[in-house]
Design a protein around this ligand. Structure first.
Ligand SMILES: [Zn+2]
Length: 176
């Protein structure tokens, strides 16, 4: 018996829809293509004691704040607990409290230093939800500017990014 498959025609998304879907961050191809480091960066980086190299901005009692080395926008921060847990519901009250105090503090700082028009705040839990390092829960905080999709196109050269990162780091370091 043969089953006749119904052909599904996929309509291409309009340009506007595509822009809403994601920020165009072409340098992230480096991240996508690179060999991923062994082990968990959120466990590893705080142990390394080289905060400037790792763009680690602040060490709290239960959580820390670092720059995303492959940012969607300048000032893209990651807030993570030291404990290797995979989901927010595993945070203790103390961890949760400090985690979101650091999110609040980060919002204030980014607003002061970079004056963005808005923010995206997100947590990816589980690989199906788009988590790159889904085993260790972390919160993304991404500043947004009006028209930043086209602004970021100007930064398409990946070589610009490390310099931008250390500048961003210096602007935020010590302010938490
Ligand atoms: Zn971890």
């Amino acid at each position: 018996m043969t089953v006749k498959r119904k052909q599904i025609k996929l309509e291409p998304a309009s340009q506007k829809e595509k822009e809403v879907e994601r920020i165009w961050a072409p340098w992230r191809i480096e991240y996508i293509e690179m060999e991923k480091p062994e082990g968990c960066i959120f466990c590893g980086k705080p142990k390394e004691k080289s905060d400037e190299l790792n763009y680690l901005l602040y060490r709290g009692q239960k959580n820390f704040v670092m720059l995303n080395a492959y940012p969607y926008n300048p000032g893209h921060l990651l807030i993570a607990p030291y404990r290797h847990i995979s989901s927010l519901e595993e945070l203790t009250d103390e961890e949760l409290d400090e985690h979101f105090r650091l999110v609040r503090r980060s919002l204030k700082l980014l607003r002061e230093v970079f004056n963005p028009g808005g923010f995206n705040l997100g947590v990816n839990m589980g690989k199906v939800a788009g988590g790159g390092i889904s085993e260790h829960v972390h919160t993304h905080l991404v500043p947004r500017w009006q028209g930043d999709t086209s602004f970021m196109a100007a930064l398409a050269d990946t070589k610009i990014i490390p310099e931008a990162l250390s500048k961003t780091y210096k602007k935020l370091k010590g302010k938490f």
